[in-house]
Design a protein around this ligand. Structure first.
Ligand SMILES: Cc1cc2nc3c(=O)[nH]c(=O)nc-3n(C[C@H](O)[C@H](O)[C@H](O)COP(=O)(O)OP(=O)(O)OC[C@H]3O[C@@H](n4cnc5c(N)ncnc54)[C@H](O)[C@@H]3O)c2cc1C
Length: 589
């Protein structure tokens, strides 16, 4: 039987597994990603890529191509709730409410101040092939499609996995130092008996991916997602959604779309290949002449679960294998990229013998609370959706009463004014979906590969919207625009893949960092910010955000989270930095 040896085996060639494959390749770590399907996904699924993901992509040279293929800001400024797209009845084509999202509309200035990267939208069926291509280009032979991991066992030194090559019809084994379950929860976690906390089977959803010209009925090119609440809808949940999926036009002329529909438990008719078009026309009030080409129907269950454990010895979980939740704030794949950004540099240091295996414990310590918070958050967002129906006064399955409720909503009566005022409040709460800016970029680690400095936990916006930049250890490095040799450069652009970056205001840190880097054999770049430093603080943003005084320093990890800071000049800088790095890397002091 054939046998392969590789330091890291990745089970799953979805966004998470392919993302990890690229990040590891950039850090010089050999890995092998296995995908049981012959090809990348043929369904759009995940599509919104948030600011944080684009920061990770930018650090790894992926952002330009993702922006080139993805939705420009003008095509994703807001979400919109409507009664229908077509129809000419008194309740057709009525606006229920609009909400800015993803850094568009009124959010623009705030999002731009917080990051050099804007969000974009690129359906998974376009993103995965791109990631696969990049993974193969950077490390030829690092992905194997149509190869399935069947089982595995681990011992003190590694993991032995049993693989089926479906093309050749052969079995082989892989011996790896670590196995990463990036399999969407299908294989590795189940085999380990990983416990998932949280509710499942909350709703059944059907997504229909189709090609068709909806331009005659679309009046707003800036809407990324339309949601429909139909007065005549049958069943308990009458709503549905429509997302544009390009691939080349991101306005009303988008060539393809995804229609999302909830399956109502009290709706006797299952949505299937035969009736989906009729059901879509019915909800959107489109004429018979609208004949979409259905390309794929996907079914999924709404759940909100997180693995209690992310690490099981030499096996670690990432992405949907570790957390699965409603896509209300689009945090699924985006959180997966956060997972692998956190994991990749730690694996690299451990495999290169620069840090002990204990460093990998910090992956769980840091990422499990993020996954738990994201799952909890997404459930809040999911539940809040029903407030819209409730504020209008919709009664499950009662078409006539629902029609009257809509008539009241749009009526010039005291009851109508009250309903509209309540609806406005319910709409405002929906911001936790498309305006979850702090959830996207503001997550911070309390313990892990960092040195807490005893400072108080900063206040966070409980509604997940407003991000407050801080340099407290565990936080994301704040974004500021500096000037280097006359060229504008963002703080995140100064953190190279795999390298540590010490931001300071005195050149004396250079020799200190050089000595520390030599001792620990890690790369530390020093950025002296100041009039005669490496970079100038052109508009004073860094001075406002860095939270350090003269002689202080902030050490950013390769994943642009803060590992350590010294607010003022330490008495013995060399000793302080040395001890900090050892503590972060879990090296014996
Ligand atoms: C309708 C919808 C909309 C969404 N929108 C967004 C969004 O806008 N933004 C966002 O961030 N997220 C979104 N999500 C969530 C997102 O799709 C997922 O979080 C993400 O795709 C998970 O990626 P993954 O690689 O972890 O898992 P998966 O995509 O499930 O990939 C796992 C892969 O592992 C493979 N595999 C499993 N077992 C084995 C095995 N034994 N051997 C080999 N291969 C194996 C599977 O075939 C699969 O390809 C959405 C989800 C849905 C359903």
């Amino acid at each position: 039987m054939k046998h392969v040896d590789v330091p890291v085996l990745i089970c799953g060639g979805g966004g998470c597994g392919l993302g990890l494959s690229i990040l590891l390749a950039d850090l010089g770590v050999q890995s092998l990603a296995l995908e049981r399907h012959a090809q990348t996904t043929d369904h759009p699924r995940a599509h919104i890529l948030n600011t944080r993901t684009l920061e990770i992509f930018r650090q790894h040279g992926l952002a330009d191509e993702v922006y080139r293929q993805g939705t420009p800001t003008a095509g994703m400024e807001r979400i919109s709730f409507r009664t229908s797209l077509g129809g000419d009845g008194p309740l057709d084509r009525r606006l229920i409410g609009n909400l800015d999202g993803y850094g568009g509309g009124a959010l623009k200035a705030r999002y731009e101040a917080d990051s050099a990267c804007r969000a974009t939208n690129l359906p998974l069926m376009q993103l995965e092939p791109l990631l696969r291509q990049v993974a193969e280009a950077r490390a030829p032979g690092s992905t194997r499609f149509h190869h399935e991991l069947l089982s595995f066992e681990q011992d003190d030194t590694g993991v032995t996995s049993h693989i089926r090559d479906h093309d050749a019809g052969e079995a082989y084994t892989v011996r790896s130092r670590y196995l990463i379950g990036a399999d969407g929860g299908k294989t590795v976690g189940r085999a380990l008996g990983a416990q998932m906390a949280g509710p499942r089977h909350l709703r059944k959803m059907v997504n229909t991916y189709f090609a068709g010209d909806l331009s005659p009925w679309i009046d707003d090119d800036g809407v990324l997602i339309f949601y429909f609440i139909n007065p005549d809808g049958r069943g308990q949940w009458a709503g549905g959604g429509l997302v544009k999926t390009g691939p080349t036009r991101w306005d009303r002329h988008s060539e393809s779309w995804v229609f999302m529909r909830e399956l109502s438990p009290d709706d006797p008719e299952e949505i299937d290949e035969v009736n989906v078009v009729t059901r879509m026309r019915e909800l959107l009030r489109l004429p018979e002449s609208f004949k979409p080409e259905v390309r794929k129907i996907g079914r999924w269950d709404v759940q909100g679960v997180v693995a209690r454990q992310y690490r099981f010895g030499r096996v670690l979980l990432a992405g949907d294998a570790a957390h699965r939740h409603p896509p209300v704030s689009a945090l699924g794949l985006n959180t997966a990229f956060g997972d692998v950004h956190n994991l990749a540099w730690k694996l690299a240091l451990v495999l290169n013998g620069k840090a002990p295996d204990a460093l990998l414990d910090t992956y769980e310590a840091e990422r499990q609370p993020v996954g738990a918070r994201v799952a909890e958050w997404a459930l809040h967002g999911f539940r809040m959706r029903s407030l819209i129906d409730q504020s209008i006064g919709l009664a499950p399955g009662q078409a006539e009463a629902n029609r009257e409720a809509f008539e009241r909503l749009y009526s010039d009566t005291p009851g109508g004014a009250t309903a509209r005022a309540i609806l406005a409040e319910a709409m405002n709460i929906q911001r936790i979906g498309p305006q979850a800016h702090d959830m996207e970029i503001g997550y911070a680690y309390e313990r892990g590969a960092l040195v807490p400095d005893g400072s108080a936990l900063p206040a966070r916006d409980p509604m997940g919207g407003i991000y407050h930049p801080v340099t407290r250890p565990g936080s994301r490095l704040p974004h500021a625009v500096l000037s280097r040799d006359g060229v504008r450069v963002g703080t995140h652009d100064l953190v190279r893949p795999g390298a540590w970056t010490l931001f300071c205001n005195r050149a004396s840190w250079r020799s200190v960092a050089r000595a520390a880097a030599k001792k620990t054999d890690i790369e530390i770049d020093v950025v002296v910010v100041g009039a005669r430093g490496d970079c100038q603080d052109v508009d004073g943003t860094w001075a406002r955000l860095c939270e350090i005084g003269a002689g202080g320093a902030v050490l950013a990890r390769p994943d642009t989270h803060i590992a350590w800071r010294s607010v003022n000049s330490p008495a013995r800088p060399a000793q302080a930095l040395d001890e900090a790095i050892k503590a972060v890397l879990k090296l014996a002091s």
